[in-house]
Design a binder for this molecule. Structure first.
Ligand SMILES: Cc1cc2nc3c(=O)[nH]c(=O)nc-3n(C[C@H](O)[C@H](O)[C@H](O)COP(=O)(O)OP(=O)(O)OC[C@H]3O[C@@H](n4cnc5c(N)ncnc54)[C@H](O)[C@@H]3O)c2cc1C
Length: 477
C-alpha cells in the first residue's frame, strides 16, 4: 500500500505501538493524525487539567515527529467526517488505530468504520490499551469475571505478548507538505494544574519506568500505602494517554522479578503487577457494563437518597473539611492533577460515607482534575469505595478518616506538606488538630475555626446516617 493514516487517540508513543507498527509494515508512508473532537472537548468533565496536559502532550509529540522529518496533522470536528476528508485529501488507502472501550469510544469508532468503509477505505483497529481484552479473560462458560481475584488468576494464566520492537526507520512517518493542519487551541483556554505531577512525553514515561523498576518496585507492596513516601510509579498519566504501553510495563516487571534477590522482593513486584491487572479488570467491566459510568453496577444502590449538600461538597473540593488527611489529599489533587491511591480512597470514602454525597459528584470532580482521569478506572474505583460496584467492599465497611491518617501518614508528613497551616502542630494532634486546647493551638500558631476549619461533620454520627441511607435503599429493593 502506498499510504495509510495512523489515527492517534490515546497512544502518544512510537515505542511498542500496535497500530503504528502495523501501519508502518503495511504501507510505504504513514500520516499521524489527531482529531480534536468537539463532542469531547465541550464536556464539563474534560474542561479541567487533563485537557491542558493533553494539549502539551500533542505539542511535544509533534516536536518529536518533526525531529525525524514528519509532523502531527491536527483536525478539528467530527472524527468520521474528518477522516473521510483526510483520506481523500492525502490519497490514503485507509486508517489504522488502537481500540478503546468506553461507550462513547465504541460508538464513535463504529461511526468512523461505517463512514470510511462506505467510501471504500480500509479500516483496521488493534488491541493496544490493555494486555488482554474482555473477550480473552472469561470463565469456562464464556462470561466475564466480576470478582477481581478470579479475574487476576485467569489473566495470569494467559500467555503474554512481547512488546513490539521500536520502529527503526521513521522516515516513512510523514505529513505531505500540502496537507493542512488545524492549530492547537490556545492553552490558556484550559484550566491547567498549577504544579503538574509530571511532564508529558514518551521519554519521560520510559525514564520513570526505569527509575521505578530499578528500586521502588522491590519495596512497592510495603510502601505503596504511604502517601508521604515516593513509593509508587506515577505512571498513571502516561498509561492513561498511552505514552507508555502496558506491555512495556509488564515486561519490565517480569525482568524485575528475575533480577529480584529474594522472595520478599518478588512479592513486592507481584503486588505492582496486581495493580496493572486492576486496571485491565476495570476496562473489561466497562466494556461489558457501559452503564457503570452513570449508574451503580448494582442497581439497588441507585435508590440511595443522598443528602448532596452543595456547601459540604465545595468544602471537600477545596480541602477545607477540618479532616487533615482529606484536606491534604484534595489539595494535592488541586495542585498537581494527581492524588496518591490511598489518599484517593480516603477522600472518596469521606465524600460518600461522611458527607453523604453521591459518588458521581466526586467522580465528576476527579475527572476534571486528574491527569490520569479516565472512565473505566475512575468510575470503577469510585464504585468500589462507595460499595456499589463489582468486587465492592461491603457498604458497612466505613473508613474512619482519623484512624486511616494515623495508620498511613503516621508522622503527619503528608499532611504537613499539603496543609501548611498545620506544619507546627505536634505529632500527637496532627491527625485531629481540633482536639487541641486553645493554649496548645496558640503554641503552634493555628487557631481552629479561623486558620484551619473545625471538622465539618461528626464521623460517628455520619456513620449512623450513611448506614441508614444504604439500609433504606436496600429495602426499597
Ligand atoms: C476514587 C479513586 C479514583 C481513581 N481514579 C483513577 C483514574 O481516573 N485513573 C486511573 O488510572 N486510576 C485511578 N485510580 C486508581 C489509582 O489511584 C491510580 O491508578 C494510582 O494512584 C496511580 O498512581 P501510580 O501510577 O503511582 O500507581 P502505581 O501504584 O504505581 O500502579 C501502577 C499502575 O497500575 C494501575 N493502578 C494502580 N492502582 C489501580 C487501581 N486501584 N485501579 C486501577 N488501576 C490501578 C495504574 O495504571 C497505575 O499507574 C483511582 C482510585 C480511586 C480510589
Amino acid at each position: 500500500m502506498q499510504r495509510l493514516i495512523w489515527w492517534l487517540r490515546r497512544d502518544f508513543r512510537l515505542t511498542d505501538n500496535t497500530a503504528l507498527t502495523a501501519a508502518l509494515t503495511d504501507a510505504a508512508s504513514v500520516i499521524p493524525v489527531f482529531i480534536l473532537d468537539d463532542t469531547l472537548l465541550k464536556l464539563p468533565r474534560t474542561q479541567g487539567y487533563r485537557t491542558a496536559w493533553l494539549m502539551d502532550a500533542l505539542r511535544r509529540f509533534d516536536a518529536d515527529l518533526r525531529a525525524s522529518g514528519g509532523c502531527l496533522i491536527i483536525r478539528r470536528g467530527d472524527p468520521a467526517e474528518q477522516l473521510v476528508t483526510l483520506c481523500a485529501e492525502a490519497d490514503a488507502a485507509g486508517v489504522y488505530f488502537n481500540r478503546d472501550y468506553s461507550g462513547y469510544a465504541t460508538k464513535r469508532d463504529q461511526a468512523v468504520r461505517g463512514a470510511l468503509t462506505r467510501q471504500g477505505y480500509l479500516v483496521r483497529d488493534f488491541k493496544d490499551l490493555v494486555i488482554h481484552e474482555a473477550a480473552e479473560v472469561t470463565t469456562s462458560t464464556g462470561k466475564g469475571y466480576e470478582v477481581y481475584t478470579r479475574y487476576r488468576n485467569a489473566w495470569s494464566m494467559l500467555p503474554k505478548p512481547d512488546p513490539l520492537p521500536v520502529p527503526t526507520d521513521l522516515s516513512c512517518l510523514i505529513a505531505p507538505a500540502d496537507l493542512h493542519s488545524d492549530p492547537l487551541p490556545d492553552p490558556s483556554q484550559f484550566d491547567a494544574a498549577p504544579q503538574p505531577i509530571c511532564a508529558t512525553g514518551e521519554a519521560e514515561a520510559l525514564r520513570r519506568l526505569d527509575y521505578f523498576i530499578d528500586g521502588l518496585a522491590f519495596r512497592y507492596r510495603d510502601q505503596r500505602d504511604l502517601p508521604a513516601v515516593d513509593g509508587t510509579s506515577i505512571l498513571s498519566p502516561y498509561l492513561r494517554w498511552g505514552m507508555i504501553s502496558p506491555r512495556t510495563c509488564y515486561t519490565a516487571s517480569i525482568e524485575a522479578m528475575h533480577a529480584a534477590q529474594h522472595q520478599e522482593q518478588r512479592e513486592n513486584v507481584g503486588t505492582w503487577i496486581g495493580e496493572l491487572v486492576w486496571r485491565e479488570f476495570n476496562y473489561q467491566i466497562l466494556a461489558r457494563h457501559p452503564h457503570i459510568v452513570r449508574r451503580a453496577f448494582r442497581p439497588v444502590y441507585d435508590n440511595i437518597q443522598w443528602r448532596n449538600d452543595p456547601q459540604l461538597f465545595a468544602l471537600w473540593q477545596q480541602g477545607q473539611t477540618g479532616f487533615p488527611i482529606v484536606d491534604a489529599a484534595m489539595r494535592q489533587l488541586n495542585a498537581t492533577g494527581w492524588m496518591h491511591n490511598r489518599a484517593r480512597m480516603i477522600a472518596a470514602s469521606f465524600l460518600v460515607k461522611d458527607l453523604l454525597i453521591d459518588w458521581r459528584w466526586g467522580e465528576g470532580y476527579f475527572m476534571q482534575r486528574l491527569l490520569d482521569g479516565e472512565v473505566a478506572n475512575n468510575a470503577g474505583n469510585w464504585q468500589w469505595v462507595a460499595g456499589t460496584g463489582t468486587d465492592a467492599s461491603p457498604y458497612f465497611r466505613i473508613f474512619n478518616p482519623t484512624t486511616q491518617s494515623e495508620k498511613f501518614d503516621p508522622t503527619g508528613a503528608y499532611i504537613r506538606h499539603w496543609v501548611p497551616e498545620l506544619r507546627a502542630v505536634p505529632d500527637a494532634h496532627i491527625h485531629r488538630p481540633a482536639g487541641m486546647l486553645p493554649m496548645e493551638q496558640a503554641q503552634c500558631g493555628v487557631q481552629i475555626g479561623k486558620d484551619y476549619p473545625a471538622p465539618i461533620v461528626d464521623h460517628a454520627e455520619q456513620r449512623e446516617h450513611v448506614m441508614a441511607l444504604y439500609g433504606a435503599a436496600r429495602q426499597r429493593g
